[in-house]
Design a protein around this ligand. Structure first.
Ligand SMILES: Cc1ncc(C[n+]2csc(CCOP(=O)(O)O)c2C)c(N)n1
Ligand SMILES: [Mg+2]
Length: 269
């Protein structure tokens, strides 16, 4: 088992879409969202939209069917399966919600590739058959205090918690973090030397990182689409495994892999 943990963002990383936007678009909720947006935090807004769908007679199965139609790059699923087959631990860290993510991952047959999904909780109100979406952090009773992140979820705090639990077990893991959004910036700052940050090129997290790449201790490797994500992540895993083998004296050195890594470093302006 490789001591590598690959952390995936979900929306616009695994999926082409932000799932909330997909739902809002497909169910024709855009006007209502725009009306409520100035006065309602996003997380509560989506909970309200689930109430709205319920009152319009839309079932949870219909919501699931819409989610299953959301598109993604054809290399994402093979990439996830390959990472899993290489013995890496895979996790999801997302500001979507558990219902969306589990519905889509089960539909794709890759739910079992992930050891943990950290996101906003959701549950079905059994009595009413209505989907509820809750914030990951209870921001009224215990705000996370991070100014970079939305009130409902600080992904940096989650990464710190994961790092602490890994070291409490006396283990050392190398992290690879793949993401696109503003919310992926805070966790990128928490990664350690020897870790890898994979920001999606020309997306918000890439713009933020490029303002001052020296703030990151992790090595930065950009990607543009599912095909490049697959290529870069598999190359990084290969290089980490080779490096660990060299350190433990189990393998011949691999100049080729190391050169590949250097070639693919982020070309931030
Ligand atoms: C106008 C507007 N305000 C706020 C939001 C909220 N929001 C931004 S990114 C995202 C999903 C992140 O999931 P992941 O962490 O998996 O990328 C969410 C729920 C929005 N979509 N539109
Ligand atoms: Mg995202």
């Amino acid at each position: 088992m490789a001591d590598i943990m690959v952390v995936f963002d979900f929306d616009k990383t695994i999926m082409d879409w932000e799932c909330d936007d997909w739902i809002v678009h497909e169910f024709g909720l855009i006007d209502l969202v725009n009306e409520l947006l100035p006065t309602t935090p996003w997380n509560s807004l989506m909970d309200k939209m689930m109430g709205e769908l319920h009152s319009r007679g839309k079932t949870i199965a219909e919501i699931a069917d819409v989610l299953k139609r959301a598109t993604m790059h054809p290399r994402i699923v093979p990439a996830i399966k390959s990472i899993h087959a290489l013995g890496c631990e895979l996790r999801i860290l997302s500001d979507a919600n558990l219902f969306y993510i589990e519905t889509i991952l089960n539909h794709l047959g890759i739910r079992e590739c992930f050891s943990q999904i950290t996101t906003n909780p959701s549950f079905v109100d059994e009595e009413k058959g209505r989907l509820r979406i809750l914030p990951f952090h209870d921001f009224r009773s215990s705000p996370h205090g991070c100014s970079l992140c939305p009130p409902n979820l600080c992904k940096g705090a989650v990464i710190e918690r994961v790092q602490a639990s890994v070291s409490a077990e006396g283990k050392k893991k190398r992290f690879i973090y793949v993401g696109d959004g503003v919310g992926d910036y805070c966790p990128s700052l928490k990664l350690s030397e020897g870790d890898f940050m994979m920001p999606r090129k020309d997306y918000p997290v890439w713009d933020l990182i490029c303002q001052n790449p020296a703030l990151l201790k992790a090595e930065i490797h950009e990607w543009t689409d599912g095909e490049e994500l697959e290529r870069v992540v598999l190359r990084l895993i290969d290089a980490i495994i080779t490096e660990e083998e060299i350190k433990s004296g189990r393998s011949i050195s691999s100049d080729r892999e190391m050169q590949n890594i250097v070639d693919h470093r982020c070309a931030c302006p």
